[in-house]
Design a protein around this ligand. Structure first.
Ligand SMILES: C[S@@+](CC[C@H](N)C(=O)[O-])C[C@H]1O[C@@H](n2cnc3c(N)ncnc32)[C@H](O)[C@@H]1O
Length: 270
C-alpha cells in the first residue's frame, strides 16, 4: 500500500527533475524575466493590490519567478517549496538579480515550523498548487496560522471542474468527488512536452470548489471573492486557442467552462 508520504516523495522527485527543464523552457522565459518582465497576470495585480512593504509568503513557489515578481513590486517576500532543487535556483536567481528575498525548503504541511511561527500580511498561492496536496482542510488551517489578523490569502489555481475531462477532449473521465489521488505516469512537462525525464510518477488530488471554500471558512477565514475564469495558462487541451501571455481559451464555437479561479480570503481581527 502506498502512503501519502510515499506519494509526496514521488511528487518531489518529479518536481526536482523538472526544475532545470523549466529553467531552460520558453514557457518560463527566464531571459525575459532577467530583463525585467513581471510574470504575474494583469488581473492578479488588480485583485491583490497594496503589496508594497507587505510581508508576503508564497507557498509552493517553484524556482521563484512569481515570488520575485511580487518583490519587484515592493513586497517583502518569502518563498517556500519542498523541492530543494527549486529553492536553490530561486536563491541563485534572487542573488543574480539583486532582489531581496528569503527562500525556504519545506513541505507545505511543515510550513508553520519551517517559517518559525512567523505571520505574514499575505499568503500567496498560484497555478498548479492544490492538486499536489492530499488534505485541503489541513492546508487551510496552515494558511490561517501563517496569516496575521487582517492578513489576506490570494489563491489562483486550476478549476477542479476542469480536472474531470480527458487529456484530448471534453469527455468526462475523472471523478470530481474522490478522496483518492489520481496516479499519473507521464514523461516531459507542461512546459516542455518533449523533455527527457526519468521520474514520471505523480499523485494528484482533486479538491472540489466546495471543499476548498468550506476548509477556508472552517479555518476561520472570511471569503472576499471567488472569481471563476474561462482561461487556462497552459495548453490544457489541443483545441484551446493561445492568446497573449500564456493564456489559453476555448475557441468561439465551443462552450465555455471554468478553467481557473482566483480567490481572496481574509483573517478577521480577533
Ligand atoms: C506548478 S508549481 C506552482 C508554482 C508556480 N505556479 C509556477 O508555475 O512556477 C508547483 C510547485 O509545488 C511544489 N510542491 C508540490 N507539493 C508540495 C508540497 N507538499 N510542499 C511544498 N511544495 C510542494 C512543487 O515542488 C512545485 O514547485
Amino acid at each position: 500500500m502506498t502512503t501519502d508520504a510515499e506519494r509526496l516523495d514521488a511528487n518531489r522527485r518529479n518536481w526536482d527533475e523538472r526544475v532545470p527543464i523549466h529553467l531552460a523552457s520558453p514557457y518560463y522565459d527566464l531571459a525575459a524575466f532577467r530583463a525585467g518582465r513581471n510574470t504575474l497576470h494583469p488581473f492578479e495585480l488588480e485583485e491583490l493590490t497594496d503589496v508594497a512593504g507587505k510581508a508576503l509568503v508564497h507557498l509552493q513557489c517553484h524556482f521563484g519567478m512569481d515570488t520575485l515578481s511580487w518583490a519587484r513590486l515592493g513586497a517583502r517576500v518569502t518563498g517556500l517549496d519542498f523541492s530543494n532543487a527549486a529553492i536553490e535556483q530561486a536563491r541563485a536567481l534572487a542573488h543574480e538579480l539583486n532582489i531581496e528575498a528569503d527562500f525556504v525548503t519545506s513541505n507545505v504541511y511543515d510550513a508553520v515550523a519551517a517559517l518559525q511561527q512567523r505571520q505574514f500580511d499575505i499568503v500567496y498561492v498560484n497555478m498548479g498548487s492544490l492538486v499536489w496536496l492530499p488534505d485541503v482542510h489541513v492546508w487551510a488551517d496552515i494558511v490561517a496560522q501563517l496569516l496575521r489578523p487582517g492578513g489576506r490569502l490570494y489563491l489562483l489555481d486550476g478549476h477542479p471542474y476542469s480536472h474531470v475531462f480527458g487529456e484530448e477532449q471534453l469527455t468526462v473521465e475523472v471523478d470530481y468527488f474522490s478522496a483518492e489521488p489520481m496516479r499519473w505516469d507521464e514523461p516531459g512537462s507542461y512546459a516542455d512536452a518533449n523533455a527527457s525525464t526519468a521520474h514520471n510518477t505523480t499523485f494528484e488530488w482533486t479538491h472540489t470548489i466546495g471543499s476548498i471554500i468550506t476548509s477556508l471558512a472552517t479555518a476561520g477565514l472570511h471569503i472576499e471573492f471567488l472569481h471563476e475564469r474561462a482561461e487556462a495558462y497552459y495548453q490544457r487541451w489541443p483545441f484551446l486557442e493561445h492568446g497573449a501571455e500564456n493564456t489559453y481559451r476555448m475557441p468561439a464555437d465551443m462552450p465555455t467552462i471554468p478553467l481557473t479561479y482566483s480567490l481572496m480570503a481574509t483573517k478577521p481581527h480577533a
